[in-house]
Ligand binder design. Structure first.
Ligand SMILES: Cc1ncc(COP(=O)(O)O)c(C=O)c1O
Length: 384
């Protein structure tokens, strides 16, 4: 059995051909494939505007920057996420706060938002963890009442749908949505990311911020700029995505629905075979929502098993089964404890989830035999 990692890209000859065409074209970057990929992402998600960038962290960085939030205000996210979901606030001088997770969905618990009565809070970044969409209707209701901006971190959730059937990324419930196209994600451009929005002003800011804060349009429109003219209006970044990567993204996006279909088939099989195990909890998919299942996270009651998580991971690794922990809660990272005073015990549901979480292999290229091999090995460890 080849090594089965917890996630893996699917690259086929069509992808390679599309990338090769760009390599033989005049534009390696900033050519026609950038706008073509952005249009394709708008078509897929239903958003009006899209800006592709060099990675998902850059997408979050620019999304927060585009909001021009005053220095030292605060933003909320979930502790069960990759650090980028809150780091992006710190890059923009916004101080991160966390709200504990719902122990069933593993997404931030919207019922805890109402009680936050802090005028310094200006922003919320709900994370659609593992692909499971947050209860955006509820979050948006509360955030609108409190005048918070909303950026959805949909790094895990391209192709996921809310319970009203609309797509994650449509921005029906938010100001902006960000995506990541890292190879373990549902589609890949190697490294890559995107921001979608329905707000033209935010779109214009994002375009400028992606390219050093530079534009060809004069801030003062009293003269027509010469053809060579450009000016820097803001402090921006080089967060451009290349045409090479965009060609791969366009090709990958065509396969996304097929990828999700296969992911969900595997999840169905996993759920069916693990659901009756006493010391295992299978992922919860809320009725009506559709998760693209970027990750398959099992909860193991290690206190009842005769091995801890590390031992289990090592045994599985020897059998060529890769596993991973998503995630160490962000608030307990040393940087967050030292800089912001967070400590163990602050978010008990997130911490309990973390103690028990283990992601097992899930990617569309897995065949039925490999899926069964993972199941058999895990069951043999929990039933001994
Ligand atoms: C929830 C979440 N947000 C943001 C990111 C950052 O994306 P990238 O690795 O493309 O910078 C990731 C990547 O793992 C993620 O999982």
């Amino acid at each position: 059995m080849d090594f089965l990692s917890y996630g893996k890209q699917w690259i086929d000859n069509e992808d390679i051909t599309e990338v090769e065409k760009v390599l033989k074209s005049p534009f390696l970057t900033q050519g026609p494939k950038v706008t073509e990929f952005e249009k394709a992402l708008c078509n897929y998600t239903g958003a009006n505007y899209c800006v592709v960038v060099s990675n998902g962290t850059a997408a979050l960085h620019l999304a927060v920057a585009a909001l021009d939030i005053e220095k030292n205000k605060k933003g909320i996210t979930s502790p069960i996420t990759f650090a980028a979901s809150s780091n992006c606030m710190i890059y923009n001088n916004v101080n991160p706060l966390f709200v504990d997770i719902n122990p069933k969905t593993y997404n931030l618990d919207y019922s805890k938002l109402e009680e936050i009565d802090d005028p310094e809070v200006k922003l919320i970044i709900p994370v659609h963890f593992a692909g499971q969409p947050c209860n955006m209707d509820q979050i948006t209701k509360i955030a609108n009442n409190k005048n918070w901006f909303i950026i959805e971190d949909a790094s895990h959730a391209i192709g996921s749908k809310y319970k009203d059937g609309s797509m994650v990324g449509s921005n029906k419930y938010s100001d902006m949505t960000t995506f990541s196209f890292h190879p373990v994600k549902t589609i890949t451009t190697g490294e890559g990311g995107a921001i979608t929005t329905n707000d033209k002003e935010l779109y214009k800011k994002l375009i400028i911020l992606r390219n050093h804060g530079i534009t060809k349009n004069k801030l003062e429109h009293n003269t027509n700029p010469e053809t060579w003219y450009y000016e820097m209006q803001k402090l921006g970044f080089n967060y451009r995505l290349t045409d090479i990567q965009c060609a791969l993204g366009i090709s990958q996006l065509k396969k996304l629905n097929m990828f999700i279909k296969r992911r969900r088939e595997i999840v169905k099989k996993y759920n069916n075979d693990f659901k009756d195990e006493k010391f295992i909890t299978i992922p919860f998919e809320e009725r009506g929502y559709c998760s693209a299942f970027h990750l398959y996270v099992l909860q193991f009651d290690f206190s009842k098993l005769n091995k801890n998580r590390n031992e289990m991971m090592n045994i599985l690794k020897k059998k060529n089964i890769g596993t991973q922990v998503h995630y160490i809660p962000v608030h307990i990272h040393p940087y967050y404890q030292k800089k912001f005073g967070f400590k163990l015990g602050d978010f008990p549901c997130a911490e309990k989830y973390y103690e028990q979480a283990l992601s097992i292999p899930l990617y569309p290229k897995m065949n039925n035999e490999e899926v069964q091999y993972v199941i058999d090995n895990i069951l043999s460890l929990v039933s001994k």
